[in-house]
Design a protein around this ligand. Structure first.
Ligand SMILES: NC(=O)c1ccc[n+]([C@@H]2O[C@H](COP(=O)([O-])OP(=O)(O)OC[C@H]3O[C@@H](n4cnc5c(N)ncnc54)[C@H](O)[C@@H]3O)[C@@H](O)[C@H]2O)c1
Ligand SMILES: [Zn+2]
Length: 364
């Protein structure tokens, strides 16, 4: 037998800038043209971004092509939309020298990022996030994906953006429920990484809810730093990146069991409370810490209790099918304290006995 080994060098290190400001959108296009000189630009957005005037503000006088996803939201995050985007780019004779510009929430970012990752084996994408979820979470980190008819993010790729531009002024047109639910991801960041950030959110929640730009900029800055640090350490979710899953194992089950009546952030808020209750059961965190978290989530006006129509057994079944489960039981990210993940023996996610989870779900 003859053998020949082919060594593939590790992909070159990549870094990207996140720029944060209020009213950035207005003067952004000429800068994108200059920074990505030589690329044909192809914008992906959705109908609500068009009606809120954000696409017009971004493009100004430019006649760059824009694909407008319709209907907006999760219903369009599927392979049909990705195929239509790719075929639209082909019909416009775009090639590997294309820059995809994603303007919108997590749905737009995930679809556009996925299309960029697979179009002609991959073209660069820049993210311009416009929701509290996308600005805190999805725009940074490089996860892209679309849903199958059976599950969320069934297709996906790690495809890091080439730049992220966060204009907090875009949040002023976001629906109140979406705005509040998305902020739960910011609380999650504070909880897993930074007690000072948590205090900042506690002290400035009214200004956040009034959408004061200087406070939203500061929040975006904390989020980018925390998520960026985690992603730098573990870009492909081998270990530490799991901490971003805090509150999500139970949160995902609650979201699914609610038939997606609850928004993702609302379900994660319940998941964060559940994680806090598990921490008390395991005696790894003090009770008053959970109360502090509960108070702030209540002030945010997101749910902190299971809706009465959700059966504990259904939730346990869903948790068994969690995509990160091994032997039909997932491991949980827990905290010792605010800003401090419980990490025995270097493990960021730990086993929790089903009886403990059962007890918590009964009183949640
Ligand atoms: N890739 C990741 O790491 C990651 C992380 C978190 C969430 N996600 C994904 O993100 C998606 C959810 O994202 P989302 O919560 O931003 O939802 P979304 O993108 O569906 O936006 C929510 C709604 O708000 C509208 N909208 C967006 N920006 C607006 C603005 N500035 N003004 C007015 N309306 C606006 C949208 O059209 C939509 O109707 C999910 O599919 C989730 O899986 C991905
Ligand atoms: Zn989330």
């Amino acid at each position: 037998m003859l053998e020949h080994e082919i060594k593939i060098p590790a992909s070159p290190a990549k870094s990207y800038r996140t720029e944060i400001g209020s009213g950035l959108l207005g003067g952004l296009w000429p800068r994108i043209e200059a920074d990505f000189n030589g690329y044909n630009k192809f914008v992906v957005t959705d109908e609500n971004l068009v009606s809120a005037g954000h696409l017009e503000k971004l493009l100004g006088q430019s006649d760059a092509p824009a694909f407008v996803i319709s209907p907006p939201g999760e219903a369009s995050k599927n392979i049909d939309t990705a195929v239509t985007i790719i075929e639209t780019m082909e019909k416009a004779c775009l090639g590997r020298d294309t820059l995809v510009v994603a303007l919108g929430g997590g749905t737009v970012g995930d679809i556009a990022g996925f299309a960029a990752a697979v179009f002609k084996r991959g073209v660069p994408v820049i993210q311009i996030p416009t929701t509290t979820v996308a600005q805190a979470d999805s725009a940074v980190g490089g996860k892209t994906g679309i849903d199958s008819s059976l599950s969320k993010n069934a297709f996906g790729a790690f495809w890091h953006p080439s730049a992220v531009y966060i204009d907090v002024a875009t949040l002023t047109t976001l629906d109140d429920r979406q705005f509040r639910a998305g902020l739960v991801e910011s609380f999650k960041h504070a909880l897993i990484a930074d007690s000072e950030y948590f205090e900042y959110l506690e002290n400035n929640l009214d200004a956040v809810l009034e959408r004061k730009s200087e406070v939203l900029e500061k929040v975006a800055q904390f989020n980018c730093k925390i998520k960026g640090d985690v992603v730098e350490t573990d870009p492909y979710e081998q270990n530490k990146r799991r901490i971003l899953n805090y509150g999500h194992t139970i949160g995902h089950a609650v979201e699914t069991a609610s038939g997606f009546e609850l928004l993702h952030g609302e379900a994660v808020a319940i998941g964060i409370i559940a994680a806090g209750m598990i921490e008390i059961e395991l005696k790894i965190a003090p009770k008053d810490r959970l109360e502090r978290v509960r108070q702030i989530l209540e002030k945010l006006d997101v749910p902190v209790k299971l809706p009465p129509n959700l059966a504990e057994k259904d939730l346990i079944d869903l948790i068994k099918h969690d995509k990160k489960a091994v032997n039909k039981w997932p491991r949980f990210v827990l905290l010792n304290d605010i800003g401090q993940v419980y990490c025995p023996d270097g493990q960021y996610a730990v086993d929790v006995a089903p009886e403990i989870l059962g007890r918590v779900l009964k009183i949640l």
